[in-house]
Ligand binder design. Structure first.
Ligand code: SIN
Ligand code: CO
Length: 380
């Protein structure tokens, strides 16, 4: 019998990927039965007031959307009266362990495609207006109800001058009322409009689809730190020119030959991609765990309790390489399966035997604040 993950209703992962992923919207009633959300509105507002949290407040005033960025003050939410508004907090998985656990349920999509978990709160009438996103998203309903309308329209023109990307002409083709535990999957560019019917919290599991332009630009940045080309421009055979302002063909030929010496291989592309996709967002900082365990105590703790990735860590792997928070590492061959398990599972169970190579690499990551011994160990 085929495996039937509750998240996808009566579809298998294979069926979902074949028929819906990046192709068609899909409504899944009761995707997570008994789901009532991960936090209360007030806890969300508190998060939106913190310095290292990306938050937005969208208010609908006289038919026009207004946008403010956090950090906010609690009065910003309490004084909102009966206006139509919504607060959105990005990267909940970076701050709340339960959010990381929720993301694990979406592990049937590779981590390299995962972006973050966003959560919104809105009182009745709140929403961010009709729009489309350029990435895939699962919209999971927490507490309350949200009415979703979607459209496959090709007209993507936006209201000029609006602080948010709002569609000028949105023509709803389908409409559903979602309640706690229901989930709507939308492929990129599917127009949608969600309006809160009552006090409503929605969890958006968003994926990333980097634009080719961005990938190419960032690859050139990656390359710039790695190219080594020897020699200097030289023209011992310089000839008198008729127009001294002209760049001569001889000069152009010489530089063209140098530029053509730029080379990269598949390993460069793999390393670039691993570093680029595991790079934390610019507002993310890691802190060393205090008090710091010695290397020997750390190794002992890993043996007894196992290890866990920090909530903020992004870890990817490819063919013997590990990419941790924007840096590439090449562990010893025999250590790679263990390192990859950490990347896959975000935790390692107690490690009965651990090579010196693994221990050194893991300790370095521990000192950087990227990993820590799993709970239950005394840091002394
Ligand atoms: C929301 O949660 O209000 C907005 C989610 C979305 O439309 O992408
Ligand atoms: Co959206």
């Amino acid at each position: 019998m085929k495996k039937r993950p509750p998240l996808l209703g009566n579809l298998t992962i294979r069926e979902f990927l074949r028929d819906y992923w990046q192709k068609e919207p899909l409504l899944i009633r009761g995707a997570i039965p008994n789901f009532t959300g991960l936090l209360e509105p007030r806890q969300l507002w508190q998060l939106a007031c913190e310095e290292d949290v990306q938050a937005r407040l969208v208010t609908l005033r006289r038919g026009k959307y207004e946008l403010r960025h956090g950090p906010f003050k609690s009065e910003d939410f309490e004084s909102s009266g009966n206006k139509k508004w919504t607060v959105l907090v990005q990267g909940l998985n970076l701050h709340l362990p339960a959010a990381g656990e929720l993301l694990k349920q979406f592990d049937f999509i590779p981590h390299a495609r995962m972006d973050d978990l966003m959560v919104s709160y809105a009182p009745k009438g709140g929403g961010v207006g009709p729009h489309f996103d350029s990435y895939d998203v699962f919209l999971l309903q927490g507490t309350g109800h949200r009415r979703w309308q979607i459209s496959t329209q090709s007209d993507r023109s936006l209201i000029k001058g609006a602080p948010l990307r709002i569609l000028k002409d949105f023509h709803a083709e389908q409409e559903w009322l979602l309640e706690a535990g229901d989930m709507l999957y939308l492929p990129p560019h599917c127009a949608h409009n969600g309006v809160a019917e009552d006090d409503c919290m929605t969890y958006s599991i968003g994926f990333r689809t980097p634009a080719y332009q961005e990938l190419a630009e960032q690859f050139l940045v990656y390359l710039q730190d790695r190219i080594e080309i020897e020699g200097m421009y030289a023209d011992p055979d310089l000839k008198m020119q008729k127009h001294q302002s002209e760049i001569s063909n001889a000069m152009l030929d010489q530089v063209e030959q140098v530029i053509k010496r730029l080379r990269w291989d598949r390993q460069d592309i793999a390393n670039f991609l691993g570093c680029y996709l595991s790079e934390p967002k610019p507002h993310i900082f890691f802190e060393r765990h205090e008090p710091v365990l010695s290397a020997a105590r750390f190794r002992q703790a890993a043996k007894m309790n196992g290890l866990a990735l920090d909530l903020k860590s992004i870890m990817l792997c490819h063919a013997g390489w590990a990419f941790m928070n924007g840096e590439a590492y090449h562990p010893d061959k025999q250590d790679y399966p263990l390192i990859r398990t950490l990347a896959d599972e975000r935790v390692l169970p107690p490690l009965p035997s651990i090579s010196d190579g693994s221990a050194n690499l893991l300790y370095q990551w521990y000192l950087d604040g990227y990993i820590s011994p799993s709970k239950g160990v005394k840091r002394k």
